[in-house]
Design a protein around this ligand. Structure first.
Ligand code: UDP
Ligand code: MG
Length: 156
């Protein structure tokens, strides 16, 4: 099992899409491990998006993400990082396939509703940036045997 960090971005909250976006991950079978609403300090956003520092979109991105609250989530599933990225769709809303979150609800290159970690290593780093260990709730999932085939002793 793998964890990933999701950020429901300010535009999603302001457009009242947060619940629908979170619901997609629940419907897919992801387990919610942590969830909170927060207005992120600019310094934290700069650190989170440090890899993009110096790019032309970096400063507007920092302004966008620090303007109003976001919803932070840690979710858990088999191959959570890759599956979540697929569900999000391509970065630019206009390029994202229909059926994806960005493809269905976004058209902007920047206001694209959701962040998801791009590797398992990035996920663990980002989770530690936004959550304390005691905020993560890895409780046994009674639905797991319906979401995966566990009959062979693996999660298939
Ligand atoms: N972004 C932007 N202009 C660009 C590329 C990215 O405003 O040309 C924003 C957009 O909100 C994106 C975020 O910067 O989600 C981070 O970019 P990244 O390439 O990491 O895309 P993601 O991983 O979110 O798909
Ligand atoms: Mg990225």
């Amino acid at each position: 099992m793998e964890r990933t960090l999701l950020i429901i971005k300010p535009d999603a909250l302001q457009r009242r899409l947060a619940g629908r976006i979170v619901a997609r991950f629940e419907e897919k079978g992801f387990q919610i491990v942590a969830l909170k609403l927060a207005r992120l300090p600019e310094a934290v956003i700069r650190r989170h998006y440090g890899a993009h520092e110096g790019k032309p979109f970096y400063e507007p991105l920092v302004r966008y993400m620090s303007g109003s609250p976001v919803l932070l989530l840690v979710v858990r599933a088999r191959n959570a990082v890759a599956v979540a990225r697929k569900m999000m769709g391509a970065t630019f809303g206009a390029n994202a396939d229909p059926g994806t979150i960005r493809g269905d609800f976004a058209v902007s290159n920047r206001f694209n509703l959701i962040h998801g970690s791009d590797s398992p290593e990035a996920a663990e780093r980002e989770i530690a940036l936004f959550f304390k260990p005691e905020e993560l709730h890895e409780t046994p999932d009674p639905q797991e045997g319906m979401i995966y085939d566990l009959s062979t002793g693996e999660r298939v």
